[in-house]
Design a protein around this ligand. Structure first.
Ligand code: SAM
Ligand code: SF4
Length: 329
């Protein structure tokens, strides 16, 4: 699949549920209304859409959410998608998770062919973790990370950098990751979806954070790019990689190789734009995949060139109304 700007689309991110067992304050409102279950694609339907994308040339699938590991029966989906890895038609099957269920599932994930997981962890302080996630238990995530490592999975930690919340803890996260052989990626907050409170209060430009980190750590730019918004440096002192995801301050759209599917079968061609394609209707219209493949082709043909995230200073409203838990992180 090649979009109108000559970009090869090889990466699909799939949200399998909008639900979550945590309520991270930058991601969700405290009292979220979730979608009625009948709106969701079934696990079989998710497998069909993912497989259609693989047939169209997608080489990497990332399962996300909401919290993907709270979707009932989700391992059935991982198991069936694993067949594409075995056949060699897919290079990577991976997931982004809050880690709370990893102690239970790490072994099964590895058995399905998953080799790497991204675990979101913003703080190593149990009290702060409970406050930020509105009730989460840090210990569960720590046990999940240990279980993933024991199962042979490579773990990358994702931390959202929040002004006045965890900004003083980034050195500790670097050390903690270094000791465990984990890479770390720092994420700037993005204005997605209505939440309580003022997001601009916690917005921390990563350029500022990087300058601060460079006083203590020797950071060397790495040439690697993943077609996404992350830029990587090597940390000489720990030997690990550090990533910076800066959707607000850098334009990363020229190399974009990805599209995102929501749990209701809506395809977003760009995280920062509202244009979307309904894949559920063609999916349910017939048992064959012809209509679905036609809808996918039509959607890729209108992938926009790029986006411009803003938090409107007058209204303080986000640029994009849907939550990250809907589109998938
Ligand atoms: N529940 C899983 C998790 O937390 O990893 C997967 C879904 S979550 C929406 C994916 C990622 O999006 C997480 O790393 C989370 O920190 C990040 N995220 C959520 N809301 C965000 C926001 N407003 N700005 C930046 N990152 C956000
Ligand atoms: Fe749940 Fe992930 Fe959102 Fe936190 S960031 S509330 S863990 S979906």
């Amino acid at each position: 699949m090649i979009d109108p700007f000559g970009r090869k689309i090889t990466y699909l991110r799939v949200s399998v549920t909008d639900r979550c067992n945590l309520r991270c304050s930058y991601c969700m409102a405290e009292h979220m209304e979730f979608l009625p279950r009948q709106e969701l694609l079934s696990l079989e339907e998710l497998d069909r859409v993912c497989s259609a994308f693989v047939a169209r040339g997608v080489r990497k699938l990332r399962i996300t959410g909401g919290e993907p590991l709270v979707r009932r029966g989700v391992m059935t989906l991982f198991r069936s998608l694993g067949r594409h890895l075995e056949k060699g038609t897919l290079d990577e099957l991976t997931l982004t998770t809050n880690g709370t269920q990893l102690a239970k599932y790490a072994g099964d994930l590895a058995a399905c062919g998953v080799e790497r997981v991204n675990v979101s962890l913003d703080t190593l302080n149990a009290g702060r973790f409970a406050a930020l996630t509105r009730g989460g238990r840090l210990q569960e995530v720590l046990e999940g990370v240990a279980a993933a490592k024991a199962a042979g999975l490579a773990v990358k930690i994702n931390a959202v950098a929040l002004k006045g919340v965890n900004e003083g803890e980034i050195d500790d996260l670097i050390i903690w990751c270094g000791e465990r052989g984990l890479d770390l990626t720092l994420i700037e907050t993005m204005p997605l979806g209505e939440i309580e409170g003022d997001r601009t209060d916690h917005y921390l430009p990563l350029s500022e954070l990087r300058a601060r980190l460079e006083r203590r750590w020797t950071l060397t730019d790495l040439p690697m790019t993943t077609g996404g918004p992350a830029r990587y440096v090597a940390i000489a002192e720990t030997g690990r990689r550090l990533g910076f995801i800066t959707p607000m301050t850098h334009n990363f759209c020229e190399g974009c190789n990805r599209v995102r599917l929501t749990c209701t079968g809506t395809l977003y061609m760009c995280l920062g734009q509202d244009d979307a394609a309904d894949l559920r209707t063609p999916l349910r219209a017939s048992e064959g995949d012809e209509a679905l493949l036609t809808a996918i082709d039509a959607a890729i043909a209108r992938k926009p060139k790029g986006h411009d995230f803003i938090i409107d200073p007058a209204t303080k409203r986000p640029a994009v109304e849907r939550h990250m838990s809907v589109t998938g992180g």
